[in-house]
Design a protein around this ligand. Structure first.
Ligand SMILES: Nc1nc2c(ncn2[C@@H]2O[C@H](COP(=O)(O)OP(=O)(O)OP(=O)(O)O)[C@@H](O)[C@H]2O)c(=O)[nH]1
Ligand SMILES: [Mg+2]
Length: 398
């Protein structure tokens, strides 16, 4: 009898667990999309932002969920959401009590959302909810990440003090070293497919959850949509110095991650840097070889030999970069090979001036040993050459 009971309860358990799995499957696809709103002390905005997002759903016939992720705000944010929930079955709130943070909250929102497409938006109306349908349809048409960009043509930042602008430009520059084709890799307004983040080892911290998603997520296709960022009218800002330090750590972490995870988007960029470096080293060898041969065997004056040596190494570098480093860009190139060759020469002259300028400045004015100055000059010129050629010579359409 006891055995029977055990069998029945085991069967019942299997049944239950199956039912549970089915319920989970159904519940994760219950909505077309989930709009995640991280909040901390947003009593002044929460009612309006929730209503506005819900209106956007209604006007665009979207079956959307609104998920507020709050870090146990001491103000009335939670109470307001709970009250609104009574009239809005698609509104949910997650109250967190540990490890306060914007990025952590968004990541937790990803884990609790009941749909396959997530949109992240601030509560303070800095991001226009009216763009949600466009983001959703870009995801539906095959993009894996869709970013609201403040920095692409058509985007803008309104009412920002100069200090905030400088910090933001610095943060964006660092982020673009990893993702140069994205104009705003640190935007707080974005949409992402669930699969991109499902198995991503996100280490959320600070404010830049999008950078973490881009760095650790699995994705290939992205799209940016311009928008006008408006600074908050009500409520207070939470940006602190700690945020900037955390951001620098995050960029380092994503860089290291990409070195050991070659499917990551940042690795695609590093691969180009390494190839460009290898081509550069071959160019130096060609330069030295030609200089030596023309001077020693042909008998040319060494400065004349050097002119030939420089030109040959520039031609060599151009060809290898065109055929190898930036090969993947072939179908999307905007300029002809002749244009690229001329642009490459222009950038190389800039690199030479930078190299010599640093060599002269550090040696003559700061008394640094000339070989050390030269090494620094080469490094800066390399960064210049790569970055400008990447963006100008091998510019591609998106
Ligand atoms: N859950 C959670 N949300 C946060 C936290 N910090 C900020 N937020 C929310 O994240 C969004 C962006 O925060 P803001 O303080 O507006 O950050 P910002 O836009 O960089 O700065 P300002 O607009 O100048 O205040 C808002 O919806 C905030 O309520 C946090 O620690 N936890
Ligand atoms: Mg804000």
């Amino acid at each position: 009898m006891a055995e029977d009971e055990c069998d029945i309860s085991e069967a019942g358990y299997r049944h239950l667990s199956l039912l549970f799995r089915v319920t989970i499957r159904i519940s994760t696809t219950m909505y077309d999309l989930t709009v995640i709103i991280p909040t901390y002390n947003e009593e002044a905005n929460i009612r309006d932002i929730v209503s506005e997002v819900d209106n956007v759903f209604r006007d665009n016939a979207l079956n959307g969920e609104i998920l507020v992720v709050d870090d146990n705000s001491p103000d009335a944010t939670i109470a307001i959401v709970n009250e609104m929930k009574k009239a809005k079955p698609n509104l949910n709130i997650l109250v967190r009590t540990d490890d306060r943070g914007l990025s952590q909250s968004v990541a937790e929102g990803f884990a609790h959302a009941s749909s396959e497409i997530f949109v992240v938006i601030d509560a303070d109306f800095s991001h226009p909810p009216s763009l949600i349908p466009a983001m959703y349809s870009e995801i539906r048409s095959g993009n894996e990440v869709v970013i609201g960009s403040r920095y692409m043509v058509g985007g803008e930042i309104k009412k920002w003090p100069i200090k905030r602008r400088i910090i933001s430009i610095g943060a964006t520059f660092l982020g673009r070293l990893l993702f140069p084709d994205i104009t705003d890799p640190v935007s707080g307004f974005f949409a992402v497919r669930k699969e991109v983040v499902t198995n991503a080892p996100l280490k959320p911290r600070g404010y830049k959850i999008l950078l973490e998603v881009l760095g650790k997520g699995t994705w290939e296709k992205d799209r940016e949509i311009p928008f006008e960022f408006v600074d908050r009218d009500v409520g207070s800002s939470k940006l602190k110095l700690k945020t900037i330090v955390e951001y620098a750590e995050q960029v380092m972490d994503i860089t290291l991650y990409s070195f050991s995870h070659h499917q990551s988007a940042a690795w695609r960029e590093w691969k180009k840097v390494f190839k460009f470096g290898i081509v550069g080293i071959i160019g130096i060898l060609i330069n030295m070889g030609v200089l030596y041969c023309l001077t020693n065997y042909v008998g040319l004056f060494y400065l004349v030999s050097s002119l030939f040596a420089i030109e040959l190494s520039v031609l060599n570098n151009f060809l290898w970069n065109d055929l190898w480093t930036f090969r993947s860009y072939q179908q999307h190139r905007l300029s002809s090979r002749w244009h690229r060759l001329i642009a490459f020469h222009g950038v190389s002259v800039g690199g030479l001036v930078i190299n010599m300028g640093i060599l002269y400045l550090l040696t003559s004015f700061f008394g640094i040993y000339y070989l050390v100055s030269n090494l620094l000059g080469i490094l800066v010129a390399f960064a210049w050459n790569f970055w400008v050629n990447r963006r100008v010579t091998w510019k591609t359409e998106k």
